[in-house]
Write a protein that binds this ligand. Structure first.
Ligand code: PLP
Length: 330
């Protein structure tokens, strides 16, 4: 019998490195900051979705799909990595993107086209409905679509981050480093849900702090409820006896700024400070916001100087080119 860890297609360059951000730590006068480079997972400019896609694409192939179908924003990193993963294994890719097609495609959207994905546009708030509609249309045309939810965040995709936590713990053990806090951008939840399952599995004892990118504390389904359901489903799928409740998930909702994808001063300053102090690129939507939050929390003495914070870089820099107008004068 196959073990769940092996039910994957190899798409990522693993393990991703852990680097020290010495100059940034010193500049902030704060805790030691490390960065886990999941922007370097390797597939078509990398990012966190590649770890999830290793398991999702394996499932699509096992089910005999000929097409993968997913949805996201125009500058979705998830859609770009899905298009690349599909191309890599010889599947077709159809993407439903929110908004209006721009005159000149740029950033992730440019790459979606180069990678051969077929693109359907939909009003921002109708992407979910259109997923079923496009899947039905593909079936009528004798295609066998495999539908991947937003951000690849179901129990199969989250498995990628259970394995990522095992990878991290292995690296920390080997390099004799201990981490007190893991900080990262959290949005569709697969990353945080998988990390929590992986933490319970490996005995990681520090905190796991998600920075909410687009969900307020009082959404219809509170994000922590969504995260705990997803972690429970993931653990059940892997046959792990664990039970999570919403209070187990630590989420900070203070940095939503102007909303999803809106670049503000927080993101802009985090992007330029990290670029200029470390030569490390963040993205305008996710990691720029999460790093902005980390910097602000350090200013507010949320971490002590002797602690170690690991910033989990989830990728996204190709979206920088989609924000050239807002970032060009920094
Ligand atoms: C999708 C994404 C996230 C959020 O990960 P989730 O698993 O959806 O919570 C964070 N950073 C980047 C760059 C992403 O593309």
């Amino acid at each position: 019998m196959h073990h769940w860890r092996d039910e994957r297609v190899r798409l990522a360059q693993l393990p991703t490195p852990i680097e020290k951000m010495e100059r940034l730590s010193k500049f902030l006068g704060g805790p030691r900051i490390l960065v886990k480079r999941d922007d370097q997972t390797g597939l078509a400019f990398g990012g966190n979705k590649t770890r999830k896609l290793e398991f999702l694409i394996a499932d699509a192939l096992r089910r005999g799909a000929d097409t993968v179908l997913t949805a996201g924003a125009a500058q979705s990193n998830h859609c770009r990595q899905t298009a690349a993963a599909a191309a890599h294994v010889g599947l077709r890719c159809e993407l439903i993107l929110g908004g209006e097609p721009p005159e000149v495609p740029n950033g992730n959207l440019l790459l979606d086209g180069l990678l051969g994905a077929a693109i359907h546009w939909s009003a921002r708030d109708r992407r979910g409905e259109r997923l079923d509609e496009v899947a039905a249309r593909l079936r009528e045309a004798e295609r066998r679509p495999y539908v991947i939810p937003y951000g690849g965040s179901n129990a199969i995709g989250a498995t990628g981050y259970v394995v990522a936590m095992e990878e991290l713990m292995d690296q920390l053990r080997r390099e004799a480093i201990s981490v007190d806090h893991i900080v990262f951008a959290s949005s569709s939840g697969g990353t945080q849900a998988g990390l929590m399952v992986g933490a319970a599995l490996t005995g990681y004892e520090g905190s796991i702090l998600g920075i909410s990118i687009d969900k307020g504390e009082r959404s219809d389904v509170p994000y922590q409820v969504h995260l705990s359901n997803l972690s429970n489903k993931t653990a059940a799928r892997l046959g792990l006896a664990m039970e999570f409740s919403p209070e187990d998930f630590v989420i900070n909702y203070d940095y939503l700024g102007g909303g999803y994808g809106v670049l503000g001063a927080l993101e802009r300053e985090a992007i330029t400070l990290t670029a200029r102090s470390e030569g490390l690129l963040l993205d305008p939507v996710y990691t720029g916001r999460a790093m902005g939050a980390l910097i602000d929390l350090i200013h507010h003495k949320r971490f002590s100087r002797g602690e170690t914070v690991l910033f989990w870089h989830t990728g996204g820099p190709p979206a920088l080119f989609g924000y050239a107008e807002e970032l060009g004068d920094c």
